[in-house]
Design a protein around this ligand. Structure first.
Ligand SMILES: *[C@@H]1O[C@H](CO)[C@@H](O)[C@H](O)[C@H]1NC(C)=O
Ligand SMILES: *[C@@H]1O[C@H](CO)[C@@H](O)[C@H](O)[C@H]1NC(C)=O
Length: 399
């Protein structure tokens, strides 16, 4: 046999091997490409979204305001946070008697507020001061009596998609001029209609680079006692609404509490939408601020307006003035929220006087702790958590 012929016989297997190898490498990288494409599309190409699974819910810090004498609340909050794998930073609550009148930016003829109002204002200012001073990109601030659903991270991931849909610029395709999916953002009076966008059919926006919740917000109002929904005729607020149907973390209509509302009108979530609907929209006439996130930009604006420039009333009212763009404020903040609220006030078992540090009376005995609108309540399930049980109680089972 000649050498030439031997070459010919050896070559085909070598070629075949090389060809197979190339094909294998190609398919593999294509598979990886497709896999990464798929998760990106599902996640609206927001690669930061997974950070919401971290110990601070995708914010840089979580601050909890606790009056040091309320050790009971700190004990319970510590357990609840441990249950949910959250890392907390404590901010000492402030007793109003230690807050001198001259530290408040009061107007000339304004009557100084009472002690509890002063103390609450100062504690929130201290939290905002820490965020500004340390340059945190964002932080969640909450009171020490908050309750949330065990599925909080899933809820917040969807919330983040909703927020980015409303305030991140659209990925511009050729021939299109619209910048935001919501044409009434950021100039509300330009458009006289509600824009509803249904999850998960969300338009593609430019992925955020600072926060998983988007790079264009001041306040995420995550814990409130009531909130209005922008309506067609609303001229002061952007009117984009992201709708989630069949959200199993939302109680059925009969158990949904939406009563506390600043203007006293009917709450549309209860009467105008199917059961188990959640709405994500711009905060409008919010009541109480028991849990809210701020961006660095937001923290500076609030510290300036409420700490330096003008004190008007209770802390949550002042925050509302900023979100609603009321005339005593220099700027309107970009504030987003969800209905129902993700955080809710936990009323612990025991005498009702526990609920407040300013109540005069001892109040009624409460036999079982409760919170409105939270189904798989972290507080309700603390006993199961420490006993290592894996079945959670639903505060508001469907009926
Ligand atoms: C959680 O994610 C946020 C957003 O990316 C980041 O700023 C923060 O540092 C992360 N926190 C932890 C504890 O990893
Ligand atoms: C907390 O972390 C543990 C251990 O990784 C996990 O089993 C548990 O499901 C987490 N809990 C929540 C509420 O995320």
């Amino acid at each position: 046999m000649s050498t030439r012929r031997r070459h010919i016989r050896v070559l085909p297997p070598v070629f075949l091997l090389l060809a197979l190898l190339t094909l294998f490498v190609k398919l593999r990288s294509q598979g990886e490409y497709l896999r990464s494409r798929r998760t990106q599309v599902e996640y609206n190409e927001n690669v930061l979204l997974d950070d919401i699974n971290n110990a601070t819910l995708g914010f840089e810090k979580i601050f909890v305001i606790n009056l040091p004498i309320r050790t009971d609340r700190k004990d319970a909050m510590t357990l609840a946070a441990s249950f949910s794998n959250l890392t907390l930073n404590w901010i000492d609550g402030v007793s109003g008697s230690t807050v001198p009148e001259r530290t408040l930016p009061l107007e000339e003829y304004k009557t100084p507020p009472g002690e509890s109002e002063r103390g609450s204002w100062r504690a929130h200012m201290n939290a905002l001061q820490a965020i500004t001073e340390n340059g945190h990109a964002s932080a969640l601030i909450m009171e020490d009596d908050q309750d949330w659903d065990l599925r909080l991270r899933e809820q917040l991931q969807t919330f983040a998609l909703g927020v980015t849909t409303l305030v991140q610029p659209l990925r511009i395709s050729r021939g299109k001029t619209q910048t935001y999916a919501d044409p009434s953002f950021p100039e509300p009076d330009a458009v006289n209609k509600i824009t509803t966008i249904t999850h998960p059919n969300l338009p593609t926006t430019i992925p955020p680079s600072i926060s998983p919740y988007g790079d264009n917000w001041d306040i995420l109002w995550l814990g409130h006692c009531g909130m209005a929904i922008p309506e067609r005729a609303t001229t002061t607020h952007s009117k984009g609404i992201v709708i989630l149907h069949s959200d199993s973390t939302v109680p059925g209509r009969r158990d949904l509490t939406t009563d506390l509302k600043s203007d006293g009108g009917p709450n549309l979530l209860r009467i105008a939408y199917p059961e188990h609907t959640r709405l994500i929209h711009h905060a409008y006439r919010p009541v109480c601020s028991t849990a809210y996130a701020v961006s660095q930009r937001g923290a500076r604006k609030i510290l300036y307006e409420l700490g330096v420039r003008k004190y008007t009333s209770q802390f949550d009212n002042q925050l509302r003035e900023l979100c609603d763009g009321e005339k005593m404020r220099e700027t309107r903040l970009v504030c987003l929220t969800s209905q129902p609220s993700y955080f809710s006030h936990w009323r612990a078992r025991g005498r009702e006087e526990k609920d407040s540090d300013i109540a005069e009376t001892k109040g009624e005995w409460r036999d079982k702790g409760e919170s409105v609108n939270i189904r798989w309540s972290v507080r309700q399930n603390l006993g199961r958590f420490v006993r290592g049980e894996g079945e959670w109680e639903d505060q508001y089972p469907d009926r």
